[in-house]
Design a protein around this ligand. Structure first.
Ligand code: XMP
Length: 512
């Protein structure tokens, strides 16, 4: 069991970042509900606790709280912003709304030596974002840092060793933030830094072998990174007891079914079933224009097809899924995940209950880039490793309005051109997603001497770290020009190309 640091989540938009930063320092950490019990925490090799920031004020009626008994666990605790205020309040300090809200970069002065700040200059830039502040800490506390507006920007409780900081060490706007977190982990919590992805692979492989025993496992393989990495891990652990099922739902990109089949059969030996269910999916989508209804129908049809396929594999007891940590975290935050209810993303959610299988989710504690690194260590083919994310409902949410075989063909042909052109750009690796959206409008054009009345393709090309926020990319004009002229010339049914210049928020990445 690796040593671990618990991050109790009070709803800050930065909580995931804290976890990322800590794992980068080779310490395993998990984000847990803010009221996780001391017993649960101490049942593992707990080295320290971080109380995250959050949008509430500690004296608000419904403010989320931790169990005060965690302060008796005898492990170091660091409170960040709201976490600092809560800790101070529990330990006898006084918190009031600040007269000046501080938001943004500011200079702090380190006013007393502390292990948390070792290696730092006495004045350093930090990122503040808070409304309340700690005002009265005479009893039992030391002030270890201050700013012009904030007399207690860093504090230490003498008896318990609790430390609080009123700024965010996890964001890049705090240049020495990593040093501060590292000091907490290594000088204060005495972590040994035993977390690594190769250790994860070894431990997971052994754990899966033990859990699964001699039973069989099915996995819905999408051809994306997550399910491919799950397949590789299971292959390593249980070999032929795994059957992967790839369902062509009729809304894939051009030639995708055969590309995925070839990629897997050329490189790996696990059992792979490829099911062409195009007709069934398109029939079920006929006449549907509402995006959520499209998602629902695709999800339900997928469940039907998958159930039928899995039914004739003997002795199946487990269903494997590529659930990642951000999905798990969404259900932990006291304020709900940021995009939890905007689009219903997880369209295979109904599968385990319906099939009566037990779930295996070997990646549920990992972030996307950690999954990519594991894929790399397991030898995942580069063309799979660097695939852009592709939504479960596929092109159905990129053909706006009704999804028909003809519309899908038009979009597929345009999509191929977009990818071909954009892959030549040196900035391609920095793109999160690049695709076309077929708009349900017709516009007048002229081709040769002929009037045309055809559809419009919108280009959606964004950069993003995790899909939660995104910026549109300023592509070189030559690339845009060649995408546009090639689409209009080569794709029958399109006479106009437009560029989507919206970021997320307020837009989303997909149009539906
Ligand atoms: P949005 O459009 O919400 O998308 O900004 C964020 C990321 O999620 C993908 N996405 C989906 N993935 N099922 C999925 O598996 C879905 O229904 C779905 N909708 C959006 C999207 O491609 C982007 O990467």
């Amino acid at each position: 069991m690796p040593e671990f640091v618990a991050i109790l989540d009070f709803g800050s938009q930065y909580t995931q970042l804290i976890a990322r930063r800590i794992r980068e320092q080779k310490v395993y950490c998990e984000i847990l509900k803010c009221d996780t019990s001391p017993e649960e925490l101490s049942s593992r090799q707990l080295k320290g606790i971080i109380l995250s920031g959050g949008p509430s004020g500690v004296y608000e009626e419904d403010a989320p709280r931790c169990n005060p008994a965690i302060f008796d666990l005898n492990v170091p605790i660091l409170g960040i912003c709201y976490g600092m205020q809560l800790g101070c309040e529990i330990l006898g300090g006084k918190v009031v709304p600040a007269q000046h809200r501080e938001y943004g970069s500011t200079e702090i002065e380190i006013s007393q030596e502390d292990d948390l700040f070792s290696g730092l200059d006495t004045s350093t830039t930090v990122w503040m974002s808070h409304g309340d502040r700690v005002t009265d800490i005479e009893e039992g506390f030391d002030t270890i840092a201050k700013t012009e507006n904030c007399p207690h920007a860093g504090i230490r409780h003498r008896e318990s060793g609790f430390r609080g900081i009123q700024f965010h060490p996890e964001v890049t706007h705090t240049p020495e933030g990593t040093t501060i977190l590292r000091n907490f982990l290594y000088s204060i919590c005495n972590c040994s830094g035993d977390w690594s992805l190769s250790r994860f692979i070894d431990e997971k492989t052994a754990e899966l072998k033990e859990t699964i025993g001699s039973k069989n496992v099915v996995l819905g393989l999408s051809g994306g990174v997550d399910s491919s990495v799950v397949a590789l891990l299971l292959d390593r652990s249980i070999g032929k007891q795994l059957t992967c099922i790839f369902v062509d739902n009729g809304v894939l990109r051009k030639d995708e079914r055969e590309q995925v089949r070839t990629m897997f059969t050329d490189n790996y030996e696990f059992n792979l079933r490829v099911v062409n269910a195009t007709e069934l999916f398109l029939n079920n989508l006929a006449g549907v224009v509402d995006p959520e209804e499209k998602r629902k129908r695709i999800g339900n049809t997928f469940i039907d097809v998958f159930k039928e396929e899995a039914a004739d594999i003997p002795d199946v007891e487990f269903l494997a899924q590529g659930t990642l940590y951000p999905d798990v975290i969404e259900s932990i935050s006291p304020i709900g995940g940021p995009s939890a209810t905007i689009k219903s993303h997880h369209n295979v959610g109904g599968l385990p209950e319906q099939l009566g299988f037990e779930l295996v989710e070997p990646l549920r504690s990992l972030f996307k880039d950690e999954v990519r690194q594991i894929g790399k260590e397991l030898g995942l083919a580069p063309e799979l490793l660097h695939r852009q994310p592709f939504p479960g409902p596929g092109l159905a949410v990129r053909v706006l309005g009704e999804v028909t075989a003809d519309n899908l063909d038009i979009l597929r042909n345009a999509d191929v051109i977009i990818q071909e052109e954009i892959e030549q750009w040196e900035g391609y690796p920095g793109i999160w997603q690049s695709f076309g959206v077929l708009l349900p409008v017709q516009t007048v054009g002229v081709m040769g001497d002929q009037r045309t009345y055809d559809n419009v393709i919108a280009l959606r090309i964004v950069e993003s770290l995790d899909g939660m926020t995104a910026n549109w990319i300023h592509l070189p004009q030559e690339i845009l020009a060649s995408i546009s002229s090639r689409i209009c010339n080569e794709v029958h049914g399109i006479n106009r190309v437009v560029l989507d210049i919206s970021s997320k928020p307020p837009s989303t990445i997909e149009w539906e």
